[in-house]
Design a protein around this ligand. Structure first.
Ligand code: TXA
Ligand code: MG
Length: 321
């Protein structure tokens, strides 16, 4: 039996299997089995009303999970799947409440990782898979991160190497009434501009209050946080932050794209990539490593406010909360 065959068998038996995707590692369970899905919530320590993304082998399975699918959803699926885009659609009757958080919508995506796709094909149905971390903590981007954090709670971890994208998928809500503007609920590396180029319509950044707003746990303010307090500072503030750490006699870890200005035994300096894609790819592993140093704080140089950096800045702001 291959590893993937064994993984599919464990999933059929209602066990949890962590698997790699292009974004982060997912904690997978049979999306039609309420007992299996309950194990996800227990392993993560996640509140019950937070919905889960269902992962599919291909867009042909959309109709098994969603109804009243707008043309825009099929267009986006054709353009971006497999890839880091989750579509929120009206759920089909029969999709269990544990998946949808009791809402009338379901989140669906086809991940772009050969091992994930092999597993989904072998399993033959939808896999519920949130990021394979404890609730509110940094998402895992290697198999070892999952083992470190969830240990015996998972029956198996498929190792597909480090994730290529490094931050979670873009979530786009298409479940509004016909003619409604699609809304980005969580920014990701599939940007508003890329979506607009395909749809010929700019997605909304967030829905106006009072209109239909699905719950997204990724939109809680304190999310993706390391245990060590994290501070975001401008490039001008970095030198000040270094001096401050030395004056206060506090061991401090820095993640910055500029070179270390002052060398001192209390300062750990990690160079960050100067472009959004490599920055995102390395971000969560860097935060875990800096967290493990046991410093008084982690100081991160804030990236530019340009659109390309928006998804990275979103995760950093939540980590700093
Ligand atoms: O890249 C990703 O999306 C990763 C990989 C493993 O696929 N998954 C991931 O799952 O980030 P999770 O559960 O950590 O975050 C999924 C987000 C949650 O914030 C959840 O609330 C939201 O998607 N979500 C899922 N279904 C939804 C729905 N029907 N309506 C609104 N939000 C939904
Ligand atoms: Mg998550």
């Amino acid at each position: 039996m291959t590893e993937v065959e064994r993984a599919a068998e464990l999933l059929r038996a209602g066990e949890l299997v962590a698997f790699p995707t292009e974004t982060v590692y997912g904690l997978g369970a049979d999306a039609t089995n309420p007992q299996a899905v309950a194990k996800i919530f227990a392993a993560k320590g996640r509140p019950q009303d937070h919905p889960l993304i269902v992962h599919l082998a291909d867009a042909g399975q959309l109709d098994a999970w969603a109804r009243d699918i707008p043309a825009a959803a099929r267009t986006l699926a054709a353009a971006f799947w497999p890839g880091p885009l989750t579509l929120i659609l009206s759920r089909r009757p029969g999709v269990i409440d544990a998946i949808t958080g009791g809402q009338d919508t379901v989140g669906l995506r086809v991940p772009k990782h050969p091992l994930a796709l092999e597993l989904l094909r072998e399993f033959g149905a939808g896999l519920a898979a949130p990021s394979a971390n404890r609730f509110g903590r940094v998402s895992p981007t290697t198999a070892q991160h999952v083992r470190d954090e969830l240990g015996a709670a998972v029956a198996m971890v498929l190792d597909g190497g480090p994730c290529a994208v490094g931050i979670e998928s873009t979530i786009l809500d298409l479940s509004g009434p016909a003619g409604d503007q699609p809304a980005i609920l969580r920014p990701g590396m599939i940007t508003a501009a890329a979506i607009a180029a395909v749809l010929g319509q700019e997605p909304a950044a967030a829905r106006a209050p009072g209109t239909h707003v699905p719950r997204v746990s990724g939109s809680l303010d304190s999310h993706y946080a390391p245990g060590t307090p994290l501070e975001l500072v401008s490039s001008d503030g970095l030198v000040f932050a270094v001096r401050n750490a030395i004056i206060r006699q506090e061991r401090t870890a820095f993640l910055a794209s500029m070179a270390q200005p002052i060398h001192h035994e209390l300062i750990s300096w990690r160079l960050a990539p100067a472009e959004p894609e490599p920055f995102a790819r390395a971000l969560y592993a860097s935060l875990r490593e800096l967290d493990a140093l046991g410093c008084a704080r982690i100081v991160v140089q804030a990236p530019p406010g340009t659109p390309g950096w928006a998804p990275v800045l979103d995760r950093l702001r939540r980590a700093a909360y």
